[in-house]
Ligand binder design. Sequence first.
Ligand SMILES: C[C@@](CO)(OP(=O)(O)O)[C@H](O)COP(=O)(O)OP(=O)(O)OC[C@H]1O[C@@H](n2ccc(N)nc2=O)[C@H](O)[C@@H]1O
Ligand SMILES: Nc1ncnc2c1ncn2[C@@H]1O[C@H](COP(=O)(O)OP(=O)(O)O)[C@@H](O)[C@H]1O
Length: 290
Amino acid sequence: MQILEKAPAKINLSLDVLHKRPDGFHEVEMVMTTVDLADRIELSLLSENEIRVESESRFVPNDERNLAYRAAQLIKNRYDVRKGVKIYIEKNIPVAAGLAGGSSDAAAVLRGVNRLWNLGLSLDELAVLGAEIGSDVSFCVYGGTALATGRGEKIQSIPAPPPCWVVLSKPTLGVSTQSVYQNLDVEKAEHPNTKAMVAALKNGDYREICTHVGNTLEGVTLEMHEEVGQIKELMSQAGADAVLMSGSGPTVFSLVEHDARAQRIYNSLKGFCTEVYMVRLLGYREPLDK
Ligand SMILES: C[C@@](CO)(OP(=O)(O)O)[C@H](O)COP(=O)(O)OP(=O)(O)OC[C@H]1O[C@@H](n2ccc(N)nc2=O)[C@H](O)[C@@H]1O
Ligand SMILES: Nc1ncnc2c1ncn2[C@@H]1O[C@H](COP(=O)(O)OP(=O)(O)O)[C@@H](O)[C@H]1O
């Protein structure tokens, strides 16, 4: 028996950091949405009682360091499952990019082993488990568009943005989420208007969505890596409707309504960095088990 799960990347349409908490994490308000750039996860039963991870990507560890491995291990231990699983990861999402690739793989494994091992858990139950793996995993369990609060694990579904193109561009450097949060000065940083973003989504108002994109972490990563600013500049010059860094970066995305303009932005970025993608928003909760 083989199970396939699509593990899509996310972008943060807005990301506000409110304050640092006593547990070391930061309290956030994030509006997140999935895009059609996805890893493909294949799960199959193993005759041995073990977890095996395989991938052709040289950036992905094949042991406990892999979030997909940890997801299988967590659910196996919690529900005392005495069966094995082979997890094959076709890696298409850039790694350490601010696109939650690892978190989405972990979420896909939670959904997938739930089916493979006939555990009958709900998405809400999987999302609670996901929070033990990482702050972004709960959102990735559901996909779609949501307001994420707490340290990112409290999820409220909201309407998807109107259809548009998303052009993503990642400079050839990785960013550690932990170091970006460590270097953030919450008082001095810029803060987006989360309420206005949520209202824009509820109203299906594309222009207002573009007006209210914002990311409190952007200034920190911009300060560390000038390439991020250069990509932002190129995208704006090429006519993007909105330009923002996703998560802790370094990937920058633009939202674009018109096909020809999206293609122009894609082409102009291709001359600047190798990892450029032009994709559609997924945005809504699609059945993720294709
Ligand atoms: C910034 C965001 C925005 O979506 O995404 P990425 O840039 O990683 O994609 C997330 O908040 C990242 O979520 P995730 O990558 O799951 O983070 P975790 O593994 O839980 O935490 C990594 C480290 O980031 C810091 N951290 C994370 C989340 C949070 N709300 N406050 C924090 O201070 C902590 O130092 C933690 O040790
Ligand atoms: N399945 C996985 N895919 C990608 N990265 C993974 C995975 N499992 C663990 N990692 C590790 O997690 C770190 C962050 O990866 P990723 O989720 O791609 O970034 P981000 O949190 O910035 O979106 C990387 O250092 C990577 O080695």
